[in-house]
Design a protein around this ligand. Structure first.
Ligand SMILES: [Zn+2]
Ligand SMILES: [Zn+2]
Length: 226
């Protein structure tokens, strides 16, 4: 009796599978794991303390955050290392005269007054990731050689698609206050619970740009290698 419905059941099941595959490909069913990898606290030139930044990040439903002050601040780094509410990555924005370099997962300072290749090597020796910070800003522009030949792991970008850039992109808001955390951030399709998860996501170019609001004064529109 029920056998006459088999074709319909089969077609419905196939349709369901096709729709699920399509939605997954469009990343509609996949969870978005959000986070910001470039933030400052009052330890350098940020307006807010660590706790205010983390509270704001939790409100945005961020699952990971990096604290990247212009110098290593032991007190902030310690709070980050022992953070349980969110995956917190300690770091530093290695701040030279011309270039700024994001160093993620480091707890010791890196000397910015040395060639880029040496700064990157020092970060790698400390177990960190080296990411060109806002290389598109005229004031801090990297040379093409610095971007491609220094061993950098990634670069900050402002525009999609990621493939147009010489290195994997990350998207951040370089937040100097809690309210800027949502201006631009990363959206990843898989959980980022460890530094290894983060590295894998960045190297695989899995994460994309996301934002809640972007003030038009925050960013130029495109990146160009000079
Ligand atoms: Zn900077
Ligand atoms: Zn910064």
């Amino acid at each position: 009796m029920i056998t006459k419905y088999y074709p319909y059941i089969l077609i419905s099941a196939l349709l369901l599978v096709a729709i699920t595959v399509f939605l997954n490909r469009q990343q509609i069913l996949q969870p978005s794991i959000l986070g910001n990898l470039h933030t400052h606290t009052i330890c350098s030139d940020g307006d807010n303390d660590y706790e205010t930044i983390i509270t704001a990040a939790l409100k945005l439903n961020f699952k990971f955050i990096a604290i990247t002050d212009h110098q290593i601040c032991p007190e902030v780094i310690n709070k980050c290392l022992f953070e349980t509410r969110i995956f917190c990555i300690p770091g530093e924005e290695v701040t030279g005269n011309r270039t700024h370099l994001l160093a993620l997962n480091i707890t010791k300072p890196v000397n910015p007054y040395q060639p880029m290749i040496k700064q990157v090597a020092d970060i790698h020796a400390l177990g960190g990731l080296a990411i060109a910070a806002h290389p598109y800003l005229k004031k801090f522009q990297y040379t093409s050689a610095e971007l491609t030949d220094s061993g950098l792991d990634a670069m900050e970008c402002t525009t999609n698609p990621d493939e147009l850039h010489p290195l994997p992109c990350i998207y951040t808001s370089d937040a100097h206050r809690a309210s800027a955390l949502g201006f631009q951030f990363l959206s990843c399709p898989a959980p980022i619970k460890t530094f290894s998860d983060l590295k894998k996501a960045i190297f695989s170019r899995l994460c994309s740009r996301s934002f809640l609001s972007t003030p038009n004064t925050l960013r130029p529109t495109s990146f160009q290698i000079n």
